[in-house]
Design a protein around this ligand. Structure first.
Ligand code: FAD
Length: 499
């Protein structure tokens, strides 16, 4: 569902996320609480748990008929490690120092990485995993080797990012850090969210479903003192003595916002969302002066591995040239694919490694031939361009090296077994999936900052309503969004309760 802005000629809605309500216009308080949490997904559930544990009264308002948000549709994979390793990493022989996790996350955060946030996370991620288990989230404790998007088994630990790939592996010792809630098949997020939401309710958080937050309420000093919520069709004025927490997800289903802020994501035809990432949380924050950052960044994935044999193929663009080490995380490869000239890219494979991507098995096979020059002609590439690229790659692969793009040795194999094929990753042919990473500028405590970098009293944000750890599409690793949302949701809940 998209909440695009009404054309200027329409009568504007009485209450909108884009306009705060002044406290003097509040007719009465229908609900009074210490902390009002908007959204009962990954961040909101953890915020509610911590705020209740700290003794605050908590009301949660969730627009959907049931709790869980996008997180309940997710793979339930959480990116954690450091402190020598989580119990699962250690049990499987993976030592993971805090400094290696910190270095990796700083690289993954790209040019805008937030050192303070990354430091807090790196130092506490392993104990955050223990905390998730203490809330009742089951993790089987087993290790699944290989290259996966998410486990199709009920295993726990997997390689879920670019840790073992260049350039990350040159600066941080690689370790698998994806920890998936126990569930057979894709969809561990259901288990994760059932446990977290049940825990918040058991601790006494009052949960209102079918409850859409419409706009914030501010006093004359611009302090956020409440929120207007439509519950079962009726507007309710909610007073929040300690704060309002925006945990309402990102904006990928709001195509108007995507076009304005993250137009690159329009190339992705599929949204990664439970359906309510309409940007209302971010817009409410903006309405009271909250600054937004990295709004152009998004997670994008392409139908690549599994099967992992495809990682041994090579991507080329319309010039017949390679452009990435294909053993990097599929989201990183995806960003490189999407920005090639003319939106054109192909994955070259030979008979031995040919397979169809599990998430798009009907991917177009753009060319098949007995020689690479035949493939080059069928794709309409400049003469000798592709042949030169494959010949060079094959020569290096035979020598066990990739001096141009640094693909790791275990993924290097010359493409010499005919027939050969080119799978189409041209925009229009491939189904890429995306969610947004940009959002409100916050401190690690969740306090929302204005354009001067000053906290807006009474306002907190976490999860995809905020810009958290994941803030650079090229650096994302599976599990980072849930790791960030659950961990920084907790920090926001605590900070608001202690105010
Ligand atoms: C298929 C799929 C697989 C994924 N797999 C993974 C994975 O394995 N690991 C990972 O890290 N990430 C994964 N993700 C991404 C991850 O689930 C989200 O990024 C994460 O849930 C963000 O947490 P959040 O708390 O910000 O949002 P959510 O979990 O979506 O919670 C936000 C809640 O706010 C509610 N809401 C929105 N607007 C309002 C409003 N105005 N008033 C009241 N309520 C409102 C929504 O209905 C929702 O319940 C996956 C997502 C999908 C869809």
């Amino acid at each position: 569902m998209s909440t695009t802005l009404s054309p200027a000629t329409d009568t504007p809605p009485r209450h909108s996320p884009a306009r705060p309500c002044r406290v003097e216009d509040v007719p009465q308080w229908d609900i009074e609480t210490d902390v009002a949490v908007i959204g009962f997904g990954a961040a909101g559930s953890c915020a509610a748990i911590e705020a209740r544990t700290a003794g605050a009264d908590v009301h949660v308002f969730e627009v959907a008929a049931a709790p869980g948000g996008s997180a309940s549709w997710s793979g339930g994979e959480v990116y954690v490690g450091g402190s020598g390793g989580t119990r699962v990493q250690r049990e499987h022989g993976f030592e993971d120092s805090t400094e290696d996790l910190y270095t990796y996350l700083m690289m993954a955060g790209g040019p805008g990485a937030d050192a303070e946030r990354v430091r807090v996370y790196a130092e506490n991620a392993a104990t955050h995993f223990d905390w998730l288990e203490a809330q009742g989230v089951p993790f089987k404790g087993t290790y699944l080797p290989g290259k996966w998007i998410e486990p199709t088994t009920d295993d726990t630990l997997l390689w879920s990012g670019s840790e073992a790939a260049w350039p990350f592996s040159t600066r941080a010792k690689p370790a698998p850090r994806g920890h998936t809630a126990q569930f057979k098949g894709w969809g561990g997020g259901k288990v994760l969210m059932e446990k977290l939401c049940a825990r918040a309710e058991a601790l006494g958080a009052v949960v209102h479903c079918n409850a859409r937050a419409l706009s914030l309420i501010v006093d004359k000093t611009n302090r956020v003192v409440g929120v207007i919520v439509r519950i079962d069709g009726a507007e309710r004025f909610v007073r929040a003595r300690k704060g309002v927490l925006l945990c309402a997800g990102g904006f990928i289903v709001n195509r108007d916002m995507v076009a304005r802020f993250a137009p690159g994501a329009l190339a992705c035809s599929e949204v990664v969302s439970g359906g309510n990432d309409d940007g209302s949380g971010i817009r409410m924050g903006m309405s009271v002066g909250g600054a937004t950052i990295h709004m152009d960044q998004f997670f994008a994935t392409i139908p690549f591995f599994p099967p992992e044999s495809l990682v041994k193929g090579i991507f080329v663009n319309a010039r017949g040239e390679r452009f990435i080490n294909e053993d990097a995380y599929h989201g990183r490869v995806g960003h490189y694919v999407l920005r090639q000239p003319e939106g054109k890219a192909w994955l070259l494979v030979d008979n031995e490694i040919f397979g169809r991507p599990v998430i798009q098995p009907d991917i177009e096979v753009a060319a098949v031939g007995e020689s690479w020059s035949e493939i080059e002609r069928e794709l309409g590439l400049p003469a000798d361009s592709l042949v030169h690229t494959v010949t060079t790659f094959n020569r290096h692969a035979t020598e066990g090296r990739d001096p141009l793009f640094h693909k790791a040795t275990n993924w290097l194999r010359p493409l010499t077994e005919a027939p050969f094929a080119a799978l189409s990753y041209c925009i229009g042919d491939l189904k890429a999936h995306a969610f947004t990473m940009g959002g409100l500028h916050t401190l690690p405590s969740g306090e929302v900052l204005d354009a001067d970098g000053q906290p807006i009293a009474g306002l907190y944000a976490a999860g995809r309503s905020a810009c958290g750890l994941p803030r650079w599409g090229e650096g994302y690793s599976s599990g980072m969004s849930l790791g960030d949302s659950t961990f920084f949701g907790r920090q926001a809940g605590l900070a608001a309760a202690r105010r």
